[in-house]
Design a protein around this ligand. Structure first.
Ligand code: BEZ
Length: 385
């Protein structure tokens, strides 16, 4: 969606100067899902990216080529090759699925094209398969889930059943949660991985969770699967308390889940209710540009990807090599709070918020119940420094 005109006042509130549009001199490949189970996520990232350019008055400096990954690793790789070899982009921004990031990693590293990861949390991309050409401004799968394992054990929850889609992100998120939860004394009494993008009936999985003797369920689902899962959890009477990584009840689709989402507690690096000057200005600007919509974590990824790219260009980066080298130097306070890139891994360092979805005045909203500050990943074999 194209943002509506942004006023000088909103740009000033967001702490951004309005510059004179220049001739496009940086070519950006937006590599995102615009179809499939994560299509809404790709659109929100695009909206956040465009908003940052509009607010800064710099849309004319960046030429954008969009490609649809369809959330399919071979398609994502083919589209990355097309962006680099045919369109000759200076930088790729995007990728939502950990599976697609895994497929594209070797190509961008070998072609020496900078990639700003604006969602996919695949731990390997900033771990043992890290690259000087990959900078992640979103999150890693371990980063958002490790704090939740410790927190749930501290709440006295002793037995948990886990569910997630059967692909890299699902497995990594559950493994990270399991590691800290069991280290803090919790027990995983069972779990299943559901066929990714093909599961429409979660009833049998919810029944197995109930039969396992667990006190609670911990899950990762996002996009269309998150909507179906939470709605079915509601229709089965919310028999066990539901926890998860915060994509489950993202502000992007929580209204489609409705009452079923109330009481679900999750962890994430951004919620739109953060009461800071930077976030309040961002929420206002996003709503003004996009028909009153509330920004999600996905919109913030797109926004911060553009902010990071503009900062790199402002520091003198002008080609693939200098953009890649300059991106990791970013450090600023944005909508999600303090953000910096860890030079040891090129992964973002950021706060993780534990939030409960609540009903307030007839509307679903996010109540922050805990904050873990400046969460940094272990390098896990990454040797960038
Ligand atoms: C992933 O595949 O890494 C992912 C997809 C959607 C939300 C969060 C993570």
């Amino acid at each position: 969606m194209k943002p509506k005109f942004i006023s000088m006042a909103l740009a000033a509130a967001a702490g951004i100067g309005l510059a004179t549009p220049a001739v496009a001199d940086t070519k950006v490949g937006l590599l995102l899902p615009y179809s499939g189970t994560y299509a809404a996520l790709g659109n929100d990232i695009t909206d956040g990216f465009n908003l940052a350019l509009e607010l800064s008055g710099r849309t004319g400096e960046f030429e954008i080529v969009r490609e649809d990954t369809e959330v399919k690793p071979p398609v994502g790789l083919a589209k990355a090759r097309k962006l680099v070899l045919e369109d000759e982009v200076d930088v790729i921004v995007g990728i939502v699925s950990s599976g697609v990031l895994g497929a594209v990693r070797d190509f961008v590293d070998g072609a020496q094209v900078p990639l700003i990861v604006a969602n996919a949390g695949n731990d390997n991309a900033t771990g043992d398969a890290c690259s000087a050409y990959i900078t992640r401004v979103s999150f890693s799968n371990a980063q958002v889930n490790r704090p939740m394992g410790t927190w749930m054990a501290e709440q006295g929850i002793k037995k948990v059943y886990t569910l997630a889609p059967d692909y890299a992100a699902g497995r990594q998120m559950i493994e990270a949660f399991t590691e800290t939860y069991t280290a803090a004394g919790g027990e995983i009494v069972g779990g299943e991985y559901t066929p990714f993008g093909q599961t429409s009936d979660f009833g049998p999985y919810l029944a197995n969770a109930k039969a396992s003797g667990a006190e609670a369920i911990f899950v990762f689902y996002a996009g269309g699967e998150a909507i179906s899962f939470v709605k079915q959890y509601g229709s089965f009477g919310k028999e066990l308390p539901l926890y998860g990584s915060g994509f489950l009840t993202s502000s992007l689709y929580v209204n489609a889940q409705g009452e079923a989402a109330v009481g679900v507690t999750t962890s994430l690096h951004y919620v739109p209710t953060l009461d800071t000057p930077e976030n309040n200005a961002f929420v206002e600007a996003f709503g003004a540009a996009y028909e009153g919509r509330t920004p999600s974590e996905y919109a913030v990824h797109g926004y911060d990807a553009a902010m990071t790219l503009m900062a790199a260009v402002d520091s003198g980066a002008s080609d693939r090599e200098t953009i890649a080298a300059t991106l990791p130097q970013v450090k600023y306070v944005g909508p999600r709070g303090p953000l910096e890139i860890d030079p040891a891994t090129n992964n973002v360092v950021q706060n993780v918020y534990i939030y409960e979805t609540v009903m307030d005045g007839g509307a679903l909203t996010q109540k922050v119940v805990g904050t873990v500050e400046a969460v940094r990943d272990d390098p896990k074999g990454c040797a960038l420094q």
